[in-house]
Each structure stands twice: as C-alpha cells, then as structure tokens.
Design a protein around this ligand. Structure first.
Ligand SMILES: [Zn+2]
Length: 287
C-alpha cells in the first residue's frame, strides 16, 4: 500500500476512503505535517525537520545557496532528507533561499542562534553574515553564548567586544558554552580581571585629622561597594561606576573618606584598560 499526505492527513492510496488513525498506520507519517509555506507542486526535494515537518522545495534553489544541506544528494528510504534542525529554523532558512527576507531582528535569541548554526553547517554564507551581525546585538543579554559563537566563527571584532561582558558568568555556563579548548583561556582571561580588581579594591588611604589612616565610616561603605561590584566585569564598568555613588550618603560626614572613594572610583573606571585582549589570551594557548 502507498501513503499520500493530504493536508496533514494520512490517506490509503487507491481506496478513496481515509482510514481512521489505526495503529497499523506508520506513526512517522501521521507526524508529518506539510509546511504551509513550502509545498510547491513542482518541488523535487522533500526535507523533514527534526520535529517532523516536511518541506517541499527545489534542489536547484537549495544547491544555489547551500553547499552542504543536501550533502551526497541521496534521500532516505522515505524519499526525504532528514535534517537536525527544527521546523522554525528550516522555515527561516528556506525563506532566505526563496528571497522572502526573514526578519532576523525580531527573532528570539535561541531561534536566531539555531538559524546561525544552521547557516554555518550548511554554508549558507550570506545568511551567516546576516546572523553574525544580529548575534552581536545580543552581546549584553547573552554574552557567553555570543562569545562562543564569535570564537567559532572567528569574528575578531565581536569577540573583543563581548569578552569583557563574560567575566561575571559562572564557570559551569562558561564550560558548557565554550567547550574545554576555549574554556581554559577564558579562565585565564577572567583571572586577569580578578587580579586587577584585587589591586583596585585596596584603595590607598587618605590621612585623616590627627594622623589617623581611616575612620569608622569607611568600613561600611567599602563593604557595600565591594559586595555590589562582585560579578561586575570589564565590560560593565559603566554600570559598575554607579555603585560608588549608591552609598555615598554614608560618607557625607568625612571629606577624607570621600577623597578616598573618588580615587577608588577613578581607578575602577580605568581598570578595563589593564585587561589583555581576549584574542591574545586565546592565541597564547592555542598556537
Ligand atoms: Zn573618614
């Protein structure tokens, strides 16, 4: 018996009557809705997403944009090319190939990331370039993910832009995103910041009246600021410098402590300049 797909329903060919979904009907075909957008009658290739949607597309168009999507050019026993990407990613990929201009700017980060990875896997280079640009725009909210992507794609500028924002990321996330080879240089990069901050957070004393090195107001201010600065990396120095003002009221009784706090803040604001570039740390280990 043959099976045809008609609007997502399984139909026994030649009988005229659709069977109810009995157990003898292969589950795989019940699960195979056809894309509303890519179902051309003259299509010569069927592609199935990881979540079971079938796209009917044209080999000529696919091969024009992609080096690797159809690989050896031989479909599986169902006559389909089974891919690892989900239906959303494939829909966007085909929209690009069919010049439907997918709106990458409106995509949630994980969707963009999947599309970017698919573009790289299948060597859809112009789309990959568009994804590179969009991925960079997520550097603030997904710094570690963007860093991992920038390393993989050798995007030097993006890499240096986002690396300073990753320093506060927990190491489990860093290891998961970067993989062992990049994780080790990243830890060394992060160590530079930890050492710089150790120096910065030991601001020189300002002599008080009577030759005293400090007064009772300093300790509470110091503890509050260092606590808030924790997890603040060289990429968040603008946000971090506001922390110094947050507790300033507690020092208003002492001009000397205020001078000390000002110097501390300036030293912190200059701290990112002491950081090595991420690329230099990376190449020091990988070359
Ligand atoms: Zn004081």
């Amino acid at each position: 018996m043959t099976i045809e797909l008609d609007d997502g329903a399984a139909v026994w060919g030649g009988k005229g009557e659709p069977d109810p979904p009995q157990t003898e009907v292969p589950i795989v075909d019940l699960d195979a809705p056809l894309s509303d957008e890519f179902r051309a009658d003259d299509a010569d290739v069927k592609v199935r997403s990881s979540d079971g949607m079938v796209f009917k597309v044209h080999r000529k168009t696919i091969n024009k944009y992609s080096e690797g999507l159809l690989r050896d050019g031989v479909p599986d026993s169902r006559g389909e090319f089974q891919l690892n990407e989900n239906r959303e990613t494939l829909r966007l990929l085909f929209q690009f190939m069919y010049k439907k201009r997918p709106n990458l700017g409106s995509l949630p980060f994980q969707s963009l990331r999947s599309l970017a990875e698919a573009s790289e896997s299948y060597e859809v280079d112009p789309l990959g370039d568009m994804c590179d640009h969009q991925m960079r725009l997520h550097a603030r909210t997904y710094p570690m993910e963007v860093l991992a992507y920038a390393v993989k794609r050798s995007l030097t500028e993006a890499l240096e832009e986002v690396a300073p924002r990753t320093v506060g990321t927990c190491i489990e996330t860093a290891l998961r995103e970067l993989g062992r080879d990049v994780f080790v240089p990243w830890v060394l990069y992060r160590e530079n910041w930890i050492e710089i901050m150790r120096d910065i957070n030991d601001p020189p004393t300002v002599l008080h009246k009577g030759g005293l090195r400090t007064c009772e107001l300093w300790y509470a201010y110091y503890m509050a600021v260092t606590n808030d600065l924790r997890g603040c990396g060289p990429g968040e120095v603008n946000e971090g410098s506001r922390i110094f003002g947050r507790y300033r009221g507690s020092l208003k009784g002492c001009t000397h402590c205020n001078i000390r706090a000002d110097k501390w803040k300036r030293a912190f604001e200059g701290a990112p300049d002491k950081m090595p570039s991420f690329g230099s740390v990376l190449s020091g280990l990988t070359s």
